[in-house]
Ligand binder design. Structure first.
Ligand code: NDP
Length: 489
C-alpha cells in the first residue's frame, strides 16, 4: 500500500511544470477513500498559455521536422515510458485503484506501445496519386500530401488514463500536430508524468501540454471553447461528447468522439462453455466494469441458460478484493466517491425494480480499506428490456442476463439500444458467427473473444457511441489534413 506519500500535481505548459492559477482540489485514493495529494488546476489564462505554446511549437521546429525524425522521437518515447515503468505504474494505481495485475499488463505497456504503433504507421503511410487527361489533350497528376491539422485538444477519461491518452497523443504527434491534454480530474498523474518523459527525450517545448481542472467552468471547458484549437479528440460520456461537439461547432472544428455504450453479449447453445465463461467474465467485470467495451446486457440461449448462470455466478464470486498494489488482488474499487454513488444507485434501482440477484448486489467490507469505493460483481436477471438497468450505461461490474430462443431474437435485443460500441458473440457455428457479427449495429464485433485488439484495426462506435474511428491509418486520417495537389503538364 502506497498511502503515505503526498503528491502535488502541476500543469505542464511550454515544457515547464507550473502551478495553475485556478482552483486547487484534492486527489483521492479510491482504495482508501482518503485524499493523498492535490491538483493545482489551470485557470483560463493558463489554458490560453498552453494553447499559445502549442501554436508556437507548431510554427517552430516541430512543424518542419522530417517524418523520420518524428518517428525516431516517438520510438524514444515508448522506450522512455518503459524505462520509468514503475513510476507510471504506481501513479496509475494510486489514481485509479486498479489492481497491479491489470495496470502492469495493460495500462502501462499499452500506454508505451501506442507510440511505437503510430511511429510504425506514419513511417509507411502512403497517399494516393491519380493521373488524368485534361480537356486540351494534356495530362495532370494529382497527388495528396499529409499536413498536420494544427493544435489538437485531447480530453480523456479516468478508466484507462495513460492508455487512452497516448492512443490520441501518439497519432496526433506522429502527424506533426501539437496537443493540449486535459486528463480527468480523478486521474491527473500519468499525463503529468509524461511531461517529464517528453522533456527527457527532447520533444520540443510546447508540443505536449497538460492542463488540469474539474467540473464546469474549468480547464475542459476553457479548452473546448478556445478559438485557437483546430480539432478535438474526446473519450468519455455521451452527454459530455454532445457538449464538446456543440462547442467545437463554433469555427467548424472537427471532432473525434469515443463515447459510452451498453454493449450486448450473446451466448449461443453451441458455445464452448468454459471459454465463454472466461471471456464473458472479463467482459463484465474486468477493471471493476469500468471499460467502455464491457458487457452490461447479456443474452443467453435457452438450452445453455441454466448451466451458464451457474458457472457465471461462480465467476462473479471468485474475485479477490484488496490492496491494489498487491499482486493477488483481482478486483479494485470504483474510481471515485461520485462513481460509487452512481453505480450503487443502480444496484438499489435493480432491487426496487424486482431484479433477481444471481451474484453480488452489494458493497463488500474490505479489511483495512473500509472507506474505499468497493462494490461487488453483480449479475441480475428478470427485468424487462426497458428497465433502467438494461438500457442505461452503468459503468460498473454488473450485467443483466436474459434468455432467448432464436438467433433473430438475440440480434433484435442487441440492436435495441441507441448505443453501438461493441458486441461479443459466443458460438462454434461459423456461419452463425458471421451472420450475427454482420447484423449487430456496432463498431466492433468480437466472436469467441473480447477486448482482443490489433491496434491497426478501426476502433469506434456507431449511434450514440461516437463519431469516427481511431486505430492504424484511421487515426492518421483524423489527425492529418490531406491536401490534393493537381499539376497540369
Ligand atoms: P466524462 O465525460 O465525465 O469526462 C471525460 C473528460 O471530459 C474528463 O476529462 C472531464 O473533465 C471532461 N469534461 C467534462 N465536461 C466537459 C466539458 N463540458 N467540456 C470539456 N471537457 C469536459 O467521462 P468519464 O471520465 O466519466 O469516463 C467514463 C465514460 O467514458 C463512460 O461513459 C465510458 O463509456 C466512456 N468511455 C468511452 C470509451 C470509448 O472508447 N468509446 C472508452 C472509455 C470510456 P472532469 O474531470 O473535469 O469532469
Amino acid at each position: 500500500m502506497k498511502a503515505d506519500t503526498q503528491t502535488t500535481i502541476l500543469n505542464f505548459i511550454d515544457g515547464v511544470f507550473q502551478a495553475g492559477t485556478g482552483e486547487t482540489y484534492a486527489n483521492y485514493d479510491p482504495a482508501t477513500g482518503k485524499p493523498f495529494g492535490e491538483v493545482l488546476a489551470a485557470s483560463k489564462s493558463d489554458v490560453d498559455a498552453a494553447v499559445g505554446a502549442a501554436r508556437a511549437a507548431l510554427k517552430g521546429p516541430w512543424g518542419t521536422l522530417a517524418t523520420a525524425d518524428r518517428v525516431a522521437l516517438l520510438r524514444k518515447l515508448a522506450v522512455a515510458i518503459n524505462a520509468r515503468f514503475d513510476d507510471f505504474l504506481e501513479a496509475e494505481i494510486r489514481d485509479t485503484g486498479k489492481p497491479r495485475s491489470i495496470a502492469s499488463h495493460i495500462d502501462i505497456p499499452r500506454g508505451a506501445a501506442n507510440f511505437d504503433v503510430f511511429a510504425n504507421q506514419i513511417a509507411v503511410a502512403s497517399t494516393e496519386t491519380f493521373e488524368m487527361g485534361t480537356p486540351d489533350g494534356g495530362t495532370a497528376l494529382n497527388y495528396s500530401i499529409r499536413r498536420p491539422k494544427g493544435v489538437i485538444g485531447v480530453i480523456c477519461p479516468w478508466n484507462l488514463p495513460l492508455l487512452l491518452m497516448t492512443w490520441k497523443v501518439a497519432p496526433a504527434l506522429a502527424c506533426g500536430n501539437t496537443v493540449v491534454v486535459k486528463p480527468s480530474e480523478h486521474t491527473p498523474a500519468t499525463a503529468t508524468l509524461l511531461g517529464e518523459v517528453m522533456n527527457a527525450v527532447g520533444i520540443p517545448r510546447g508540443v505536449y501540454n497538460v492542463v488540469h481542472g474539474h467540473g464546469k467552468d474549468s480547464a475542459g471547458e476553457f479548452l473546448t471553447t478556445h478559438p485557437d484549437v483546430d480539432a478535438y479528440t474526446f473519450t468519455g460520456e455521451t452527454k459530455t461528447g454532445e457538449a464538446i461537439m456543440a462547442a467545437a461547432s463554433k469555427g467548424v472544428r472537427p471532432v473525434s468522439l469515443e463515447l459510452g455504450g451498453k454493449n450486448a453479449g450473446i451466448v449461443f447453445d453451441d458455445a464452448d462453455l468454459e471459454a465463454t465463461l472466461e471471456g464473458i467474465g472479463r467482459a463484465c467485470f474486468a477493471n471493476t466494469g469500468q471499460v467502455c467495451l464491457g458487457t452490461e446486457r447479456l443474452f443467453v440461449q435457452r438450452g445453455i441458460y441454466e448451466r451458464f448462470l451457474e458457472g457465471f455466478a461462480k465467476k462473479a464470486a471468485g474475485y479477490r478484493f484488496g490492496d491494489p498494489f498487491d499482486e493477488a488482488t483481482t478486483m479494485g474499487p470504483l474510481v471515485s466517491a461520485e462513481h460509487i454513488e452512481k453505480v450503487s444507485g443502480y444496484y438499489d434501482k435493480a432491487g426496487r425494480a424486482g431484479a433477481e440477484v444471481i451474484a453480488g448486489g452489494g458493497r463488500p467490507q474490505v479489511a483495512g480499506l473500509e472507506d474505499g469505493y468497493w462494490i461487488e460483481p453483480t449479475i441480475w436477471t428478470g427485468l424487462n428490456r426497458d428497465a433502467a438497468i438494461v438500457t442505461e450505461e452503468i459503468f460498473g461490474p454488473c450485467t443483466h442476463v436474459m434468455p432467448f430462443e432464436e438467433e433473430e431474437e438475440a440480434i433484435a435485443e442487441a440492436n435495441a439500444s441507441p448505443y453501438g460500441l461493441a458486441t461479443s458473440i459466443w458460438t462454434t457455428d461459423l456461419a452463425r458467427a458471421h451472420r450475427t457479427a454482420g447484423a449487430i449495429e456496432v463498431g466492433i464485433a468480437w466472436v469467441n473473444s473480447w477486448f482482443l485488439r490489433d491496434l491497426r484495426t478501426p476502433f469506434g462506435g456507431a449511434g450514440q457511441s461516437g463519431i469516427g474511428r481511431e486505430g492504424g491509418i484511421h487515426s492518421l486520417e483524423f489527425y492529418s489534413e490531406l491536401r490534393n495537389v493537381c499539376i497540369k503538364y
